[in-house]
Structure formats: C-alpha cells, structure tokens
Design a protein around this ligand. Sequence first.
Ligand SMILES: [Mn+2]
Length: 321
Amino acid sequence: MNIKKDFKETDKKIKKADKIFIMGHSNLDLDAIGSSLALYNLYTNKNKDCFLIIDEEKHELAVDKIINELKDEIKILTSKDVLKKITELSLLIIVDTNNSVILQNTDITKRFKNIIVIDHHEENENTIENSLKIINPDFSSTSEMISRYMYEKNLKVDSSTASYLLGGIVLDTNNFVLKTSSNTYLMAYFLTTMGANPLAVEKLMKQDIVEYIRRQKIITNMEIIDNTKALAICPEERIYRREDLAKIADTLLQFDNIEESYVIGNIDTNTVGISARSLGKVNIGEKMQKISGGGNRTEAAAIFKDQNQEEVFNKLISLIK
Ligand SMILES: [Mn+2]
C-alpha cells in the first residue's frame, strides 16, 4: 500500500494546476462524494481554485443531504459551465471509478490535458487512458485511499469531511465486512481523530422508508439455489437504479450460507441489469464475463439491451446452475 509514492506525482500536478476540477462516477455515492469533498478541502487549503463537477440532478439520499448542506460553501458546476473555465493548466481528478463510460460526464475528459484517476476498482477495457492512474483494488474504497494519503502526509480535514470519508468506507465495506483490512480499521481510527463521528455517518445513511420497504419486498421473494446462491427479481413494471440492485445484492449476502447473490431488474426501458456479489470464494467478475458482464472478485454486473427479464433470467439460471 505504497500510496505515498503514488501520490508524489499527484502533488506535482496539483502544484502546476491553475484550477482543479473533481468529478465522480454517475450515480454518485457516499464514497465518490466523500472522496471528492476531501480532495476539495485539502487543495482549497493549499489555495487552489477547486470545483466539483456534478451533472446529475437526482442523487441517492445520503449524497443529497451532503450536497444540500454544502451547496453554498463549495463550488459545484455542471460540465457546461466547466467548459468555459478550462485552460491548458487545468487539472481533472476523477474519483471512485476508472471507467470512462460511467462518469458524471463522459465527454469532458477529452477537454483536459491533465487528468488523474484515483480509484479502488480493477481496471478494465474502458479504463480512462492518458491519465495518471492511482488505482489500487487492495483498498476497500477511494475514501480509504485518500485517508491513507492524508495519514502518510500528515494532512487533516475538518470533522464533517472526515465523517463523509468514514461514510465512504462504511458504505463500500458494508459496515466493515467486505474488503476490510487492518488498514481499513486504521483509517477509521485516523478519521475519528479528526472528529469523524459514527453517529453522523449513521444519520447520513438513514434510508428512505419507501425505498427500504420496496427493497425488502424484493428480498422477501428471493430464491435460494444450491443452498449458497441467492437470486432476487425486481417487479417488472418499475425501473431501478443500478445501485438499488447492488444494495439488494449486498443484503442477500448477509444471510447464512449465502456465498453469491444475484439481482435482476429493469434499469431502463428495454434494458435489464444484473447486479451480482460474492463473498470472495467464487470470482463473480469472471462468472459474469461469461454472460458479457464484468467486475471484480466480489462485485460484478451485466447489462442487457433489448431483452426482457425472462430472457435474462434464463441466461443467468443456466450460468449459475
Ligand atoms: Mn467506491
């Protein structure tokens, strides 16, 4: 976990930059927004002109709460407004994804001469090229990576930002269960020394009751296959966000004996998605590749355009049986 060395180049680029733009993946989550805000905080403290790029108008509840709280304090721009501000010396930092197709804005990368990617997901064929890549899947989350960077460099953020980073770790580890290492705990400790508050994190993560009930209903109808695989199917009449499917898949892993979980649901009109999770015994990414999906050992997904749930279900069943 030699993140200090990795970030050395970053520090050089930061120094040279006239403006710093920070952007996460589409469907912002707590890890992406926590990481973004920590960098914003750190580099603003170094007198850098920083901006967050957020194009989406709808966010999940936790992200919404944070943005509402901070919208008067931090500079948030849509890509359209960013275009007018970019110069040769401007730097774009992409956090919590290295995938060029799931960004807040996929075109904007072409407008920057300097790009840094900070992420904990494995690289794939869509990985953003022509960038300085700080990618390390040994970390649970981007929030953990940035915390480690701060830890090594003896940098601090305010207590709210520390709470957001802790929130990113809590989200991506599913409460210190998945991908949790001794470093994850050390970073949680480090963040609490800055005033990160587990109660604030819990408050942030409080769910919308309607969505919760909707998810629980789907879980109630799950099927268990070969004792170790859980499969849930979302009602066909609704369109779900990918992270809703992921959340359900995460929940299914919490039950005794379950090693793999799969959730099928419509993610657009005529588009069906599968979200899949594994505790790690089975490489779920490799498995999903067989039905043209992708991912890593513990998290994977697949998207099927112009197919209905039944077709996708049949594909999945023949894969897992
Ligand atoms: Mn993440």
